[in-house]
Design a protein around this ligand. Structure first.
Ligand code: PRX
Length: 653
């Protein structure tokens, strides 16, 4: 259960710069002024159900819904009785008018190859893939694992599942075979869609090999569909593995979209929590689509002629909501880039923006900090005048990075939307509306209409201006997760028991004198590395699974580039002494168990871990030791104070 043991949420950040929306931007925006924003919020507060019902009517429903919300705390059903299909909303409904021949996906491969798929072409590909899945025996409600590079076929596979009511579970291509196997097994996926490999910084990521390794322990998988992307040699197991090229193109492009219940699960996506293995966050169809569609308008101010680029990989929620479902439901032209920002050189992103005239650019603070380090010259080589709006997501953006983003990338002309949300929330919750809300560097500003965000004490009382507290959401919203796959208890315990009657986000926040929200990061045992959540538990379990390790505790340490870095404190079996070799071995072991993004930056060997009398590891102390903090606070519950002294000695040694 995520704890609310938040002692480090006193905020010291004082930022007084404020940037009103540029007048010409506001004049053209969907929401043009603070007054207009306030009026929408007022309407949403007065009658949330009527408000969300009106939003949902922006989608195509096969059968209209009756009751808007059934709220049985903490279980929500939105748009009861309605039937809908996500792929139909992302594709078919655009085919009757001028969008039919509009570019839906503009894709650039890392080696420099590129493809453009119009809405009609994408719809045809999705139809073929859906028929191929049917031919493999995939049915409504079956789970399909997708482990692919960032290629159009990844989106096609997702939409094909949605078309026939199969539930996709996309696993980030950077995860190891172990992590893939865990996710496949939890979902009991029947089919896995992958590629021979993917390109990353000129190297091949051996996706199919990883799948083969994973499937040694995944009895539920019957078929593997393999896209040829890089042409590396892979083994194809007879009767199980099929080439995409041989199966999909031969299918009919016509495949009727299933009329699914509004609450039919659209996907599961695994995310880290404080305890145990990653949890399969379940999103359903009608509410989720409503949320992502509305935010395309409110937050990205999407217009018909925008070229919209979200740099997130499809393996994360940002890729689901803001590369696939949100923008396609809104009829946008979406740019997708397969590879690394520094291939072949550090200016690849800027080159892509100039080449395709990207107008909306959405990326993560960790990337922005990296670009700052690489230097302005890489940016200056390119004409970025097509940009009109910039976005940020995944972790708090420090004001200096925000200012650089605004000046160097945005030419001081583009508003920045700092968007706060989570895998669980489905879509953006707190963000400026760029034509309406003045921005402050480092603040996600205000909650969107219909989102009842609040900052509270542990007792659930709203805190006063400029006091730190816990970020919660008081009312259900359409995009919220519905459960944790096959674990409703965990759903309740993770989010709904900490603060009475509300959803607890796990984040700390502060509301300033203007009501602006400043997110202060996680208050539980989750580390945010480069905008990706890692549960300390997972890394600890990975470490303990190594024969030499007796006990492990991981904490985050502030890191200039990545936001947070992972520091692991490790005790060894049988009094064994740690050395540099074992340190490297343990780091590699974590990479094998989870993936490179979980690799500890630092492994510290210690004789014992500091624990409370009840045996709980005192992470607060470890966090302070890891970040070299002198003031260690209250240690009265420490089981053995000498442990602490020892840890600090080890530090100096
Ligand atoms: O701590 C918050 C941080 O990322 C967490 C959610 O991580 P995940 O589910 O992986 O989703 C990331 C993409 C939506 C949050 O609990 N976070 C996300 N966006 C922001 C943020 N922290 C501060 N500012 C943000 N804009």
């Amino acid at each position: 259960m995520p704890s609310t043991e938040a002692t480090h949420i006193d905020s010291t950040l004082t930022e007084s710069r404020k940037f009103p929306p540029p007048a010409d931007f506001s004049a053209r925006a969907w929401v043009k002024s603070l007054d207009e924003y306030n009026a929408i919020c007022k309407r949403a507060d007065a009658d949330p159900e009527a408000f969300w019902a009106e939003c949902a009517r922006g989608l195509y429903w096969f059968k209209p819904f009756g009751k808007t919300l059934e709220w049985n705390f903490p279980h929500a059903k939105w748009f009861v009785g309605g039937t809908i299909n996500a792929a139909y909303n992302c594709l078919d409904r655009h085919l009757d008018g001028p969008r039919r021949n509009k570019a839906a996906l503009i894709w650039e491969g890392e080696p420099g190859d590129s493809r453009v798929l119009t809405y009609q072409m994408l719809a045809d590909e999705v139809g073929r893939c859906a028929n191929a899945l049917k031919s493999l025996g995939v049915k409504d409600g079956d789970r399909v694992a997708i482990y692919m590079p960032l290629v159009p076929e990844a989106a096609i596979a997702m939409l094909a599942c949605a078309r026939i009511g199969a539930i996709h579970s996309v696993v980030f291509g950077g995860f190891s075979s172990e992590a893939l196997a865990d996710r496949i097994n939890d979902a009991e996926a029947k089919v896995c869609i992958t590629a021979d490999g993917g390109w990353r910084r000129g190297q091949i990521v051996e996706l199919k090999n990883n799948v083969d390794e994973a499937l040694k322990k995944c009895p539920s998988i019957r078929k593997v569909l393999v896209l040829k992307r890089v042409g590396n040699k892979v083994e194809m197991r007879k009767g199980r593995d099929l080439w995409w090229d041989e199966l999909v193109p031969a299918q009919s492009p016509r495949c009727e979209a299933a009329a699914l219940d509004a609450e039919h699960p659209l996907y599961t996506l695994y995310t880290s929590g404080t305890t145990g293995k990653p949890k399969g966050v379940v999103h359903t169809t009608g509410g989720y689509l409503t949320h992502v569609l509305m935010t395309m308008k409110w937050v990205f101010d999407l217009k018909e002629d925008d070229i919209y680029w979200c740099t997130a990989d499809i393996g994360w929620v940002t890729g689901h909501s803001y590369t696939v479902y949100g923008p396609l439901a809104a009829g946008a032209t979406v740019l997708m880039y397969e590879g690394a920002p520094n291939f072949p050189e550090n200016d690849r992103f800027w080159q892509i923006i100039a080449k395709y005239h990207v107008s909306i650019f959405y990326t993560a603070p960790t990337a922005i900090r990296t670009f700052i380090k690489w230097g302005d010259a890489w940016v200056k080589k390119h004409d970025l005048s097509s940009l009109r709006l910039l976005g940020s997501v995944g972790e708090p953006i420090n004001p200096e990075a925000w200012m650089w983003y605004r000046k160097v990338i945005g030419g001081e002309r583009c508003p920045i939307v700092d968007t706060w949300w989570q895998t669980e929330t489905g879509g953006i919750m707190i963000s400026p509306m760029p034509g309406a809300i003045a921005t402050k560097p480092g603040s996600a500003t205000l909650a969107l209409p219909g989102i009842a965000a609040d900052v509270v004490t542990r007792e659930g009382k709203s805190v006063g201006a400029n006091q730190g507290g816990l970020l919660i959401v008081r009312k259900p919203w359409p995009g919220m997760l519905r459960t944790i796959y096959r674990d409703p208890e965990r759903y309740k315990n993770n989010y709904f028991v900490q603060i009475d009657g509300a959803y607890f986000t796990g984040d700390g926040a502060r509301r300033d004198q203007d009501g602006y929200l400043w997110i202060m990061g996680r208050v539980d045992d989750v580390i945010n590395v480069s905008g990706h959540r890692l549960g300390t538990m997972e890394i600890e379990s990975a470490l303990v699974s190594h024969a030499a390790v007796a006990e492990a505790a991981c904490v985050g340490r502030p890191d200039e580039m990545k936001g947070q870095a992972v520091v692991a404190f490790v005790t060894l079996e049988g009094g064994r002494k740690g050395d540099g070799r074992l340190r490297d071995e343990l780091r590699a072991h974590v990479v094998k168990e989870i993936g490179a993004l979980a690799r500890p930056d630092d492994v510290r060997f210690t004789e014992a871990l500091p624990k409370t009398r009840s045996g709980k590891i005192m992470r607060r102390l470890l966090r302070q030791i890891a970040s070299g903090d002198e003031t260690l606070g209250d240690t009265t519950t420490l089981e053995d104070l000498s442990v602490l002294a020892k840890l600090r000695d080890d530090e100096q040694g």
